[in-house]
Design a protein around this ligand. Sequence first.
Ligand SMILES: CC(C)(COP(=O)(O)OP(=O)(O)OC[C@H]1O[C@@H](n2cnc3c(N)ncnc32)[C@H](O)[C@@H]1OP(=O)(O)O)[C@@H](O)C(=O)NCCC(=O)NCCS
Length: 117
Amino acid sequence: MGHILFSPTTVADHGGTVDLVGLAPVGVRPENQNEGVGSLLIQHGLAKCRDAGVDAVVVLGDRAYYSQFGFEEASEYGLGNEYGADEGFMVKPLHEGALDGVDGTVAYQPEFQQPEN
Ligand SMILES: CC(C)(COP(=O)(O)OP(=O)(O)OC[C@H]1O[C@@H](n2cnc3c(N)ncnc32)[C@H](O)[C@@H]1OP(=O)(O)O)[C@@H](O)C(=O)NCCC(=O)NCCS
Protein backbone atom coordinates (compact mmCIF):
# COMPACT_ATOMS: atom_id res chain seq x y z
CA MET A 1 0.00 0.00 0.00
CA GLY A 2 2.84 2.35 0.81
CA HIS A 3 6.58 2.57 1.32
CA ILE A 4 8.96 4.67 3.39
CA LEU A 5 12.73 4.63 3.65
CA PHE A 6 15.16 6.34 5.99
CA SER A 7 18.86 6.21 5.10
CA PRO A 8 21.97 7.47 6.88
CA THR A 9 23.41 10.81 5.83
CA THR A 10 26.62 12.60 6.68
CA VAL A 11 27.23 16.27 7.39
CA ALA A 12 30.33 17.57 5.66
CA ASP A 13 32.35 20.16 7.55
CA HIS A 14 31.04 18.87 10.85
CA GLY A 15 33.65 17.57 13.22
CA GLY A 16 31.42 16.03 15.83
CA THR A 17 29.14 13.07 15.65
CA VAL A 18 25.50 13.46 14.81
CA ASP A 19 23.19 10.63 13.79
CA LEU A 20 21.25 12.22 10.96
CA VAL A 21 19.06 10.27 8.54
CA GLY A 22 17.26 11.27 5.35
CA LEU A 23 13.60 10.46 4.72
CA ALA A 24 13.24 9.43 1.08
CA PRO A 25 11.36 8.18 -0.67
CA VAL A 26 7.87 7.93 0.73
CA GLY A 27 5.10 6.82 -1.57
CA VAL A 28 1.54 5.55 -1.39
CA ARG A 29 -0.30 3.67 -4.14
CA PRO A 30 -2.53 6.13 -5.99
CA GLU A 31 -5.71 4.28 -5.04
CA ASN A 32 -4.75 4.59 -1.36
CA GLN A 33 -3.61 8.21 -1.32
CA ASN A 34 -5.36 10.78 0.87
CA GLU A 35 -6.43 8.11 3.33
CA GLY A 36 -3.81 8.93 5.95
CA VAL A 37 -1.37 6.16 4.96
CA GLY A 38 1.49 8.55 4.19
CA SER A 39 0.99 10.37 7.48
CA LEU A 40 1.01 7.09 9.42
CA LEU A 41 4.18 5.92 7.66
CA ILE A 42 5.93 9.20 8.45
CA GLN A 43 4.76 9.44 12.07
CA HIS A 44 5.58 5.79 12.80
CA GLY A 45 8.91 6.10 10.99
CA LEU A 46 9.90 9.17 12.99
CA ALA A 47 9.03 7.38 16.22
CA LYS A 48 11.15 4.37 15.20
CA CYS A 49 14.05 6.69 14.36
CA ARG A 50 13.76 8.37 17.76
CA ASP A 51 13.67 4.96 19.48
CA ALA A 52 16.79 3.95 17.54
CA GLY A 53 18.68 6.96 18.87
CA VAL A 54 18.66 9.05 15.72
CA ASP A 55 19.28 12.75 16.44
CA ALA A 56 17.43 14.33 13.53
CA VAL A 57 15.75 13.60 10.19
CA VAL A 58 16.09 15.60 6.99
CA VAL A 59 13.72 15.59 4.04
CA LEU A 60 13.58 17.29 0.68
CA GLY A 61 9.96 17.82 -0.24
CA ASP A 62 6.85 19.89 -0.02
CA ARG A 63 7.00 22.31 2.89
CA ALA A 64 3.24 22.37 3.41
CA TYR A 65 3.09 18.59 3.68
CA TYR A 66 6.12 17.97 5.90
CA SER A 67 5.66 20.95 8.23
CA GLN A 68 2.63 19.18 9.73
CA PHE A 69 5.05 16.57 11.12
CA GLY A 70 7.28 19.21 12.70
CA PHE A 71 9.85 19.61 9.94
CA GLU A 72 11.41 23.09 9.76
CA GLU A 73 13.62 24.86 7.23
CA ALA A 74 17.04 23.20 7.47
CA SER A 75 18.77 26.46 6.58
CA GLU A 76 17.59 27.86 9.91
CA TYR A 77 19.81 25.23 11.52
CA GLY A 78 22.72 25.98 9.17
CA LEU A 79 22.17 22.83 7.16
CA GLY A 80 22.40 22.75 3.37
CA ASN A 81 22.17 19.98 0.80
CA GLU A 82 24.04 18.76 -2.25
CA TYR A 83 21.20 19.43 -4.64
CA GLY A 84 21.18 23.22 -4.47
CA ALA A 85 17.62 23.11 -3.18
CA ASP A 86 17.06 25.78 -0.55
CA GLU A 87 13.30 25.66 -0.43
CA GLY A 88 11.91 22.35 0.68
CA PHE A 89 15.01 21.09 2.45
CA MET A 90 13.79 20.54 5.99
CA VAL A 91 14.91 18.99 9.23
CA LYS A 92 13.22 17.64 12.32
CA PRO A 93 15.36 17.38 15.47
CA LEU A 94 14.23 14.36 17.49
CA HIS A 95 15.34 15.63 20.88
CA GLU A 96 16.28 18.87 22.61
CA GLY A 97 19.64 20.20 21.47
CA ALA A 98 19.95 17.51 18.77
CA LEU A 99 21.54 19.92 16.32
CA ASP A 100 23.47 22.14 18.70
CA GLY A 101 26.81 22.95 17.09
CA VAL A 102 25.91 21.06 13.90
CA ASP A 103 26.04 22.81 10.54
CA GLY A 104 27.26 22.07 7.06
CA THR A 105 26.19 20.28 3.91
CA VAL A 106 24.14 17.12 4.31
CA ALA A 107 25.15 14.30 1.97
CA TYR A 108 22.83 11.41 1.17
CA GLN A 109 24.04 7.93 0.25
CA PRO A 110 25.64 7.56 -3.23
CA GLU A 111 22.46 5.89 -4.53
CA PHE A 112 20.75 9.28 -4.31
CA GLN A 113 23.41 11.15 -6.31
CA GLN A 114 23.27 12.15 -9.94
CA PRO A 115 26.09 10.77 -12.11
CA GLU A 116 28.71 13.41 -12.83
CA ASN A 117 28.85 14.60 -16.44
C1 LIG B 1 2.99 12.37 -0.72
C2 LIG B 1 2.28 11.08 -0.33
C3 LIG B 1 3.29 10.07 0.20
C4 LIG B 1 1.26 11.41 0.77
O1 LIG B 1 0.66 10.20 1.20
P1 LIG B 1 -0.91 10.14 1.46
O2 LIG B 1 -1.20 8.85 2.12
O3 LIG B 1 -1.64 10.43 0.21
O4 LIG B 1 -1.09 11.37 2.45
P2 LIG B 1 -2.09 11.49 3.67
O5 LIG B 1 -3.38 10.81 3.36
O6 LIG B 1 -1.40 11.12 4.93
O7 LIG B 1 -2.29 13.06 3.72
C5 LIG B 1 -3.10 13.65 2.77
C6 LIG B 1 -2.93 15.16 2.82
O8 LIG B 1 -1.62 15.49 2.33
C7 LIG B 1 -1.73 16.37 1.23
N1 LIG B 1 -0.67 16.07 0.26
C8 LIG B 1 -0.46 14.91 -0.35
N2 LIG B 1 0.63 15.02 -1.15
C9 LIG B 1 1.08 16.28 -1.02
C10 LIG B 1 2.15 17.00 -1.59
N3 LIG B 1 3.00 16.45 -2.46
N4 LIG B 1 2.29 18.29 -1.23
C11 LIG B 1 1.45 18.87 -0.34
N5 LIG B 1 0.41 18.24 0.23
C12 LIG B 1 0.23 16.95 -0.11
C13 LIG B 1 -3.11 16.10 0.67
O9 LIG B 1 -3.57 17.23 -0.05
C14 LIG B 1 -3.92 15.87 1.93
O10 LIG B 1 -4.22 17.09 2.55
P3 LIG B 1 -5.56 17.27 3.45
O11 LIG B 1 -5.43 16.31 4.59
O12 LIG B 1 -5.51 18.70 3.88
O13 LIG B 1 -6.70 16.93 2.55
C15 LIG B 1 1.50 10.48 -1.53
O14 LIG B 1 0.60 11.44 -2.05
C16 LIG B 1 2.38 9.97 -2.67
O15 LIG B 1 2.80 8.82 -2.65
N6 LIG B 1 2.65 10.83 -3.68
C17 LIG B 1 3.46 10.43 -4.83
C18 LIG B 1 4.91 10.20 -4.43
C19 LIG B 1 5.50 11.43 -3.78
O16 LIG B 1 5.32 12.57 -4.24
N7 LIG B 1 6.26 11.20 -2.70
C20 LIG B 1 6.90 12.26 -1.94
C21 LIG B 1 8.24 12.58 -2.47
S1 LIG B 1 9.38 11.25 -2.32
